[in-house]
Write a protein that binds this ligand. Structure first.
Ligand SMILES: N[C@@H](CCC(=O)N[C@@H](CS)C(=O)NCC(=O)O)C(=O)O
Length: 202
């Protein structure tokens, strides 16, 4: 196996790929880069970008019978639905704040961006029904691994996650995942870069 992951610690999708690699105990070289779009996976001659495609590929190839991304069409469809929601809504709600602060050097997070994060987390929590411990099929899946780095970043930016009880309980559960601490370190690194510019927290 010759696996490499081009990675940046602050990058939420990069951290998701690293979390999955730790969970699957993959022998993977983590190559930290500054000036490139990340994450990018290199597996021999095969090169793949887009974190959610990378997560699905790693399970399909290296742990094909795993419940992280099951073969059953309906179970898989529920996971895909969460992944698309993550890519288009959850990640984006946080990424907009990151871009506004880091690229435009804005000192105050715009109110509409704060509200978007709250609304998004309110909707996200609806995927966790009272008996569901995880985002799909009541089992840990690549949907949880994809969503975790963004929620960690939002929390490290100062957001009070206890406003969303089930989401908060899910977050507590995620703390036992292999690689969780590296994910938190990346979120803190990103948050500290933003706090150097920001006047207030999220
Ligand atoms: N949808 C992509 C998002 C990738 C992305 O936005 N990466 C950011 C870091 S989180 C990046 O590389 N930014 C550097 C740049 O655009 O130059 C994924 O999930 O992999």
């Amino acid at each position: 196996m010759s696996l490499k992951l081009y990675f940046a610690p602050g990058s939420m999708p990069s951290r998701a790929c690293r979390l999955l690699a730790a969970y699957l105990k993959l022998d993977i070289e983590i190559k930290t880069v500054d000036l490139a779009v990340v994450p990018v996976l290199v597996d021999g001659n095969f090169v793949l970008c887009e974190s959610r495609a990378i997560l699905a590929y790693l399970v399909n190839k290296y742990s094909p019978n795993s419940s992280l991304y099951p073969n059953d069409p309906q179970k898989r469809a529920l996971i895909d639905q969460r992944l698309y929601y993550d890519a288009t809504v959850v990640f984006e709600s946080c990424a907009q704040i990151i871009r506004t602060v880091l690229y435009k050097q804005v000192k105050k997070i715009p109110q509409e961006q704060r509200e978007k994060v709250s609304e998004t987390l309110f909707m996200l929590e609806k995927f966790l029904s009272p008996n569901d411990k995880w985002f799909a099929n009541n089992k840990l899946s690549i949907a949880d691994i994809s969503i975790l780095p963004t929620i960690t970043t939002i929390k490290e930016l100062g957001y009070d996650l206890s406003k969303h009880q089930r989401l908060n309980e899910w977050y507590e559960r995620c703390k036992s995942l292999p690689g969780y601490e590296d994910n938190v370190d990346g979120a803190k690194y990103l948050a500290n870069r933003m706090f150097a510019i920001l006047d207030d927290k999220l």
